[in-house]
Design a protein around this ligand. Structure first.
Ligand code: V47
Length: 372
């Protein structure tokens, strides 16, 4: 077989039939996904993922100059997986005023921020008009900045508190300046797992419905998967395939971002789950690249897996290492030991050292500057 000439590694691989499928551009099925997710042939999986990555993105590796704002940590759901959410009477609870949010946006004026990423807890005190006004103020202060805000979980919550359909919530937020939805809140779609890690959170089906509604309204969104807790390989692959199915129908997803679970200060800490290993992090990214054949971008979120592994992941199917971030609260509350921010210079250096062309992008993957 021709491929065997290429390397002993491939020749002796138990995944050779999948290598052939990937080589021929054939779609992988559930069983292929399970074999990949449970295999220890990381280099073969990485080889395949890199082939697909190169086909889709050439030598570009993307990053964004962005800022995160987490406007409130007060949350009605208080999921077991989360260390960020607080009860309203918790001394650590906070909710930013619109003035404070506007001041945060004003503080970065002139810094060429192309995206503001705004997500928060489910705070029953905040009405949809607060979020509309937030968007209007941010838009006024940073007219050229794309606003990617509110997870599907928040959109669903706004719809419930206002007693209006999600389509109407999305429309009102778009009219106020919303450009895109981030991928948070997806966790793992399996109801078995959701009952244990985020009992009160919307179902996986509802998460998909909100993204479908956003896509139909003309908004592009991201997708995530929280892994490294109690989920099985089957549940990971099922999650990826449900995303792939929606993407087949709408084409509205921009990027997929696996999120590595951090247990510190969460209710799951008592289970004493081990932190994800670098091996698993790379495998999840590479398998995602292989299963999600209709997603253009796979993003490694350096906040969760650390900048060094995010850089290595560029050889395992990843084409995007997220951005400058600054002031990340959600993962740091759960014990992330990565820094809070990377400079543009550091991101460029990481990408160049991996042999890729750094491309600064906006949220919608328009290249703003390349090469450096
Ligand atoms: O929705 C919460 C997850 C998400 C923990 O769309 C946790 O571009 C690990 O969605 N350990 C927020 N993860 C982050 C997020 C995100 C980040 C970067 C880029 C994008 C994007 C989206 O973090 C939450 C939840 O799924 N999360 N708690 C935890 N203890």
């Amino acid at each position: 077989m021709e491929l065997c000439v290429a390397s002993d590694l491939l020749c002796n691989s138990k995944l050779l039939d999948i290598v052939e499928k990937v080589n021929n551009g054939e779609r992988l099925n559930f069983d292929d996904g399970i074999r990949l997710m449970t295999s220890n042939e990381l280099l073969v999986i990485g080889y395949m993922a890199d082939m697909v990555r190169k086909r889709k993105n050439g030598d570009y590796a993307y990053f964004i100059v962005n800022r995160h704002i987490n406007h409130t940590n007060v949350c009605d759901n208080l999921c077991n997986l989360c260390a960020f959410g607080k009860k309203p009477d918790d001394p650590a609870a906070y909710t930013m005023t619109l003035e404070e949010i506007e001041a945060k946006a004003s503080a970065v004026r002139g810094q060429d921020i192309s995206e503001l990423h705004i997500v928060g807890g489910l705070n029953p005190e905040l009405k949809l008009s607060y979020f509309e006004e937030m968007l209007r103020r941010v838009r006024r202060v940073l007219p050229g900045t794309i606003i990617q805000a509110f997870t599907a979980v928040e959109i669903d919550y706004f719809a419930k508190t206002e007693n209006i359909p999600i389509e109407k919530v999305i429309r009102r937020l778009m009219d106020a300046g919303l450009d895109s939805l981030p991928g948070g809140g997806a966790e793992i779609f399996s109801q078995r797992v959701r009952e244990k890690i985020c009992e009160k959170k919307i179902s996986g089906e509802r998460w998909l419905e909100v993204h479908e509604a956003a896509h139909k309204a003309g908004i592009q969104t991201n997708a995530t998967m929280l892994y490294g807790h109690i989920e099985t390989a089957e549940e990971r692959i099922d999650h990826l395939l449900r995303l792939r199915e929606l993407q087949d129908r709408t084409g509205g997803f921009l990027a997929f971002i696996p999120l590595a679970f951090h247990q510190k200060n969460t209710a799951l800490e008592e289970m004493n789950l081990s932190r994800t290993t670098g091996y698993d992090d790379l495998k999840v990214l590479a398998v995602a690249r292989l299963m999600l054949d209709n997603f253009d971008h796979i993003k490694a979120y350096w906040i969760m897996i650390g900048p060094k592994l995010a850089q290595v992941s560029l050889a395992f199917g990843v084409d995007d290492i997220d951005g400058t971030v600054v002031e990340e609260q959600i993962t740091h509350a759960a014990g992330a030991d990565s820094g809070q921010a990377l400079t543009k210079k550091e991101l460029v250096r990481m990408i160049k050292a991996a042999g890729r062309i750094p491309a600064e992008r906006d949220t919608l993957y328009k290249i703003l500057e390349e090469g450096f």
